[in-house]
Design a protein. Structure first.
Length: 571
């Protein structure tokens, strides 16, 4: 097995002092990738040293495509940069001149440019003299025009962006020769010129300016820029107000010497936050990544085949798979995705069956794959003997006060006037992050009003957290007005995962002032809106809303009231 982490391979590599100076090269460990003899890795290395046969594995996708003119810098900067990227775990395609066959870019190169997440044209004095280099950079710009999200990082070694853009100096001479070449279509040459005019407008890096001409330092800067882009591309939404997470992240990263790691703990303790943080730090090291949220809820609705379809879609980059049963999806996953080195996060699992249907064994996936799971049930994880289990504990008292303060005061500590009162409230509500966030967010609304804070404290005293988390979360609900309460309850019962924009007109019809109401709910940490405008709500808050609906006989707009009773939601 090609392990992802150093303990499994015995290849913990200490960083040099220059590496450590760049935070973008630090993710807690240095994971040196082995080329395991598979065709894609072997081809990468052959291409890197100009020995490739041109038979690039069509199933492999690279993080980075490097385009440069070989005689200029193959044995100098290009080699330094290539090895720097490999050292930090970035799959890098280093163009081999043996793939330059005929007058046009071959299909292998076209595919690698298209499939690479980041393209880096390395501009030197003689870059424009190469027809293949010009074709490559033109293809890059064409793809970026079709999809502006594509990332191109131009770097300039011994020329300036101005020389490239205006084709002066050696670039003027190169284009004069191309225009004299009767075998070249004038339209093609004009296309090359247009591409070079556009490239320098992108944010690039210059060797002389950024690194004072030092190749090693410059390669490190470029690698840092690459890692930033890769992390941004794979990043999951996560809370910005993180407290006490560094040590748990370190422990889970160490556990990932094993192929499967489960994060176990109570609801609201921060399992998903921890898992997402680890995922975000390491995702760029994998060919494919997939986050499957709300596994328990989707399983209850009979939607496991849909989760399987999403997993296959993410791993294979194909949208046309439809499974009529869970067994059909499981069989496909067992036999058809084994060539992809994947990172998979299953969030909120509560049965062995769910794991068996989605990621029963790491050998379903490519070597070096890793599976992260969050669950409230330790027994689910213990069934899988190869799974390491992390017991996620509550915050300590200092961390709990700090997290509470981030929401109640928008600071790391309470104001002097409210310091003692804040400590009392934190002692009452306990150290679950969810309760600290929601209570703190509610009290922020009444910042400076000590009498209201005292009232909240007294209410909390009557409802000990260890008996029922919902009773503490009720405090946030009680400080909503009637219209905001109705929106909260509707979301909890019916609209989690729905695009909130599609609900606005309905709520306006019921005179609920939805735009303002949604902002209030977000502000009080009662809901989140994800990147796709879908409403998300923590399980404990969802259960709170349904408990209120069922036991408090809340009047709701018809016909949803009847729907609620017909579905027999009980809490």
């Amino acid at each position: 097995m090609d392990p992802l982490l150093p303990k499994a391979a015995g290849c913990l590599k200490k960083r040099s002092s220059s590496d450590a100076a760049d935070p973008d090269l630090e993710d807690g460990f240095s994971w040196k990738e082995n080329n395991r003899g598979n065709s894609s890795s072997a081809t990468t290395l052959l291409a890197a040293h100009g020995q490739g046969s041109g038979a690039v594995d069509p199933g492999h996708e690279f993080h980075v495509f490097l385009s440069f003119r070989g005689p200029d810098i193959r044995k100098t900067f290009a080699d330094v940069l290539y090895h720097k990227l490999i050292d930090v775990g970035v799959h890098t395609f280093l163009d081999s001149e043996k793939l330059h066959v005929g007058k046009e870019i071959g299909p292998e190169l076209m595919r690698e440019i298209n499939q690479s997440k980041i393209c880096i044209p390395i501009f030197t004095k003689c870059y424009a003299s190469s027809k293949w280099c010009l074709q490559e950079v033109t293809e890059m710009m064409k793809l970026r025009k079709e999809n502006p999200a594509r990332v191109i990082i131009p770097i300039f070694i011994d020329v300036t962006p101005d020389e490239v853009q205006h084709q002066s100096g050696s670039y003027k001479e190169a284009f004069t020769n191309h225009e004299k070449n009767l075998e070249l279509d004038p339209a093609t040459v004009r296309g090359w010129r247009d591409a070079l005019k556009e490239v320098p407008r992108l944010k690039g890096l210059e060797l002389k300016i950024e690194a004072d001409g030092k190749h090693g330092k410059f390669a490190q800067l470029v690698a840092g820029a690459v890692l930033r882009e890769l992390r941004r591309a794979w990043r999951l939404n996560e809370d910005e107000n993180l407290v006490g997470i560094d040590h748990p992240v370190k422990v889970v990263m160490e556990m990932l010497e094993k192929e499967m790691v489960g994060i176990w703990g109570a609801g609201g303790i921060g399992k998903t936050t921890l898992a997402k943080n680890v995922y975000n730090q390491i995702a760029y090291r994998f060919e494919r990544c997939c986050f499957l949220g709300d596994v328990r809820k989707n399983s209850e609705k009979g939607d496991l085949p849909k989760l399987q379809e999403k997993l296959v879609s993410e791993l294979l980059g194909q949208q046309n798979h439809h499974f009529t049963s869970t067994d059909e999806g499981t069989e496909f996953l067992k036999t058809r995705v084994g060539d992809k080195k994947a990172l998979i996060l299953l969030d909120d699992v509560d049965t062995i069956y769910q794991i068996e249907a989605l990621t029963a064994h790491p050998n379903w996936f490519g070597e070096g794959s890793r599976i992260l799971i969050t669950t409230r049930d330790q027994g689910v994880l213990k069934y899988f003997t190869w799974c390491k289990i992390y017991d996620h504990k509550p915050l300590d008292k200092h961390q709990a006060l700090q997290l509470f303060s981030k929401y109640a005061f928008r600071d790391d500590s309470p104001s002097i006037e409210f310091a003692d009162l804040s400590k009392e409230i934190v002692d009452i509500i306990g150290r679950l992050p969810l309760t600290l966030k929601t209570t703190g967010s509610t009290l922020f609304t009444f910042r400076g009003k000590k009498d209201i804070w005292e009232d909240v404290k007294n209410k909390l005293k009557k409802e000990p957290l260890h008996e029922d988390v919902r009773k503490n979360l009720m405090i946030s609900y009680e400080y909503l007005d009637d219209k905001q309460k109705m929106i909260f309850l509707e979301i909890a019962c019916f609209f989690i995962g729905e695009d909130y924009k599609t609900l606005i007109s309905m709520w306006r019809h019921w005179d609920l002032h939805p735009i303002y109401g949604i902002e209030v709910l977000k502000y009080k940490s009662l809901i989140q809106i994800d990147d796709e405008n879908k409403i998300q709500m923590h399980d404990e808050l969802r259960d709170l809303g349904r408990h209120i609906m069922w036991h408090h006989q809340v009047t709701m707009p018809v016909p949803r009231c009847r729907m609620l009773h017909s579905e027999r939601i009980t809490y």
